[in-house]
Design a protein around this ligand. Structure first.
Ligand code: SF4
Length: 385
């Protein structure tokens, strides 16, 4: 498959707010689908119970919010309102359940609203520990076992140890392919434009995991064999975009402003773990331990005082980046409350940064492009801002 064909397929999926792929998949397999909100849920459990995990990331700049605004204050982030709008318009009707991870008050409230709005659907608020003491391990394993029990009841399929280990293996394959993709972009960013990587990641929200892994591998093969011009761009890490996603036009504007994005945190749930989950006789314990011991640092996960920002500095160093672009969804509490700690860590390490906010339906693309472009020019001219 050519790069163009792969990217066109991913772009079609990105624009398909009616979830045509999910409807087809359900019809072909006679099975159910479970939606989940950002940042992370253990998709292996849904998969092992014979259902399709579907990542829901709002409506981008393609949904007019009419009824969704009535459910939330006008000043908060955009993703819950567009998700409600999609739900009320029947576009998420193919989802037999929804999981709401505990990342902020907004998502917690959305979970309650979903239960009221769609009483016939399965809804679960997934509570993640924010402490790493032994009791937290017990709590999270119990939480996962209870959720798996619910999922099995919903699908009528028992998630045996064998099935869970198979799902773990398939998601490990997927994480490996994504790691390769990120490594290739960091090494040779001109071969992997960020807008293409972003579309590939977004496709993973809906595609069945092995189909997505095959698509990533096809892309990697094609990207390695395709010459593209190397530009005089600076190398940056983009941070703060882990939940509400930027519109594709904003991603394109950032990379056309003179920046090679060599690492980022969008669609973070797919790359939440550093390494693979081991297959074992107790796969729930393995999945729980992977979350507790092996995940990336992000604003929705508690970090001990004094160390918030260490991971960002490490990302910059390991990717050979020259600066950081903080881009957070407007009024995103977790991202904006963490930003000062990240900024302080960068300042201490002598790493330049710039910062702005956006929303998924932002129309201020030119302003963002100019700001990112000025940041790139400053680094080229003076090495800092
Ligand atoms: S964008 Fe931020 S505040 Fe809004 S739902 Fe996501 S994490 Fe919560």
């Amino acid at each position: 498959m050519s790069i163009r064909a792969i990217v066109e397929r991913c772009e079609d999926l990105y624009h398909d707010l009616d979830l045509g792929y999910v409807r087809d998949w359900k019809a072909r397999h006679g099975a159910k689908a479970i939606g989940f909100m950002p940042v992370y849920v253990p998709r292996e459990l849904i998969h092992a119970a014979g259902m399709l995990p579907v990542g829901i990331m709002g409506g981008a700049d393609e949904v007019e919010i009419i009824r969704g605004d009535a459910y939330y204050q006008s000043y908060i982030c955009h993703i819950p309102r567009s998700t409600i709008e999609l739900g009320l318009a029947g576009k998420l009707a193919c989802l037999d359940g929804m999981l709401f991870p505990a990342i902020c008050d907004v998502i917690r409230n959305l979970s309650g609203m979903w239960q009221i709005m769609f009483p016939d659907r399965y809804v679960r608020y997934v509570d993640f520990p924010q402490s790493w003491v032994p009791a937290a391990y017990d709590f999270y394993r119990a939480e996962l076992r209870e959720m798996l029990h619910d999922l099995e009841r919903l699908s009528g399929i028992e998630a045996t140890t064998e099935r869970l280990n198979r799902s773990i293996a398939l998601y490990n394959d997927n994480r490996r392919a994504l790691t390769e993709l990120y490594d290739l972009r960091a090494e040779q960013p001109h071969r992997v434009p960020t807008s293409e990587l972003y579309l590939l990641l977004r496709a993973g929200n809906v595609l069945e995991v092995s189909e997505h892994t095959a698509l990533l591998q096809d892309y990697l093969g094609a990207a390695r064999g395709t010459e593209r011009p190397l530009r005089d761009n600076i190398r940056v890490v983009a941070s703060g975009l882990f939940c509400e996603q930027p519109p594709l036009s904003m991603v394109r504007a950032m990379e056309n402003s003179g920046c090679y994005i060599v690492d980022d945190d969008w669609v973070l749930g797919a790359r939440y773990q550093h390494s693979e989950t081991p297959q074992s006789h107790d796969p729930i314990r393995a999945i729980a331990d992977s979350y507790m011991q092996d995940t990336v640092q992000t604003a929705t996960r508690y970090v001990d005082d004094g160390h918030n920002g260490d991971y960002l500095v490490q990302q910059v160093r390991s990717r050979g980046a020259e600066g950081v672009i903080f881009a957070a969804a407007s009024f995103c509490d977790p991202a904006l409350l963490d930003r000062p700690m990240g900024a302080r860590a960068l300042t201490d390490a002598g790493i330049p940064y710039t910062a702005f906010t956006y929303s998924e339906n932002t129309g201020q693309i030119q302003v963002i492009k100019e700001q990112a472009g000025t940041f790139a020019d400053s680094i080229k001219l003076w090495g800092s801002v």
